[in-house]
Design a protein around this ligand. Structure first.
Ligand code: ZZB
Length: 261
């Protein structure tokens, strides 16, 4: 599986995360620290309204250079070490472990988003065995993301967040003849999805959304406005890479964690 790794820069750390960094004697001043979100939909980055980590996953902070650091799962860092993403082949230099829980609420910058500043929020359904364990949120086009932000905005106290953090409006970025300009919002409604736990319906919605956007979708925002998604997808990806805001991250097929352990 080929993902695009999107660099989501940390602008301000929550108190709990600052403590972890202090303990590791890591001073983030003058350094760029990015959460690396793995996406299959680079053309949707205009519509990012937040980014998700799992409150139940332990991430790592890795040194890429003296001034650049990445946050992702240890598993993803190991894979990156064999893809010329880290400076030394086979090595990912860990600065400190950091739990997803301590990162929630961080102020972040998501490249291309119409919102210059968004928040890092919790998503319980993130799998540690896929991608980087960091998922950027595009509620207009990802049914999982729309279901999660809806749930977060319903019970902010329960999730330990501010309601406003989960309340940014979804952004229309792709138009399709069947679902209009917010495919995920339309599908969540059509399939009567009530919560992020409606696994089967969400899997179905995701499959429909992928196909609908890829084969029928037209960009209605950004540099490639008016172009087919099928064509614009790679152009947006290449632009992000050229700007230093993303890189290609491959997931080796055979290395998905086996069920038998
Ligand atoms: C932004 C985005 C915008 C995404 C969209 C999807 C959609 P797949 O198809 O199962 O391989 N994702 C990435 N890593 C994880 C993880 N560890 N756990 C749970 N979800 C994860 O899934 C790839 C997509 O699932 C990725 O692309 C990411 O969300 C999320 F408009 O990034 B995506 C119809 C989907 N639309």
């Amino acid at each position: 599986q080929e993902y695009t790794g999107i660099k989501i820069k940390v602008l301000e750390w929550p108190a709990a995360a600052k403590e972890v960094l202090d303990k590791a004697a890591f001073n983030p001043d003058g350094k760029t620290v990015s959460l690396i979100a793995a996406t299959l939909r680079p053309e949707t980055m205009y519509g990012q309204t937040c980014c998700f980590v799992s409150p139940n996953i332990n991430y790592g902070l890795y040194e890429i250079s003296e001034t650049e650091y990445y946050i992702c799962t240890p598993r993803a860092a190991r894979n990156m070490a064999f893809q010329k993403i880290t400076p030394v082949r086979g090595e990912a230099k860990l600065v400190t472990e950091i739990s997803g829980k301590t990162l929630i609420g961080a102020r972040i910058n998501a490249p291309l988003s119409v919102y210059p500043e968004v928040r890092l929020l919790p998503m319980d359904t993130i799998l540690a065995s896929k991608g980087t364990g960091v998922v950027t949120s595009v509620p207009s086009d990802s049914p999982d993301d729309f279901a999660t932000v809806t749930e977060l905005a319903k019970k902010p106290e329960f999730y330990g967040i501010e309601k406003e953090w989960a309340s940014l409006d979804p952004v229309p970025i792709i138009s399709t003849p069947t679902y209009g300009d917010m495919t995920a919002v339309a599908l969540v409604k059509e399939l009567k999805i009530q919560s992020p736990k409606d696994k089967d319906a969400l899997a179905k919605a995701k499959e429909i959304a992928y196909k609908d956007a890829f084969y029928q979708g037209t960009m209605i925002i950004g540099k490639y406005k008016g172009e087919k998604v099928e064509v614009a997808k790679n152009k947006v990806k290449e632009d992000l890479i050229a700007a230093g805001d993303a890189f290609v991250y491959n997931e080796p097929e055979g290395l998905v964690m086996s069920r038998s352990g």
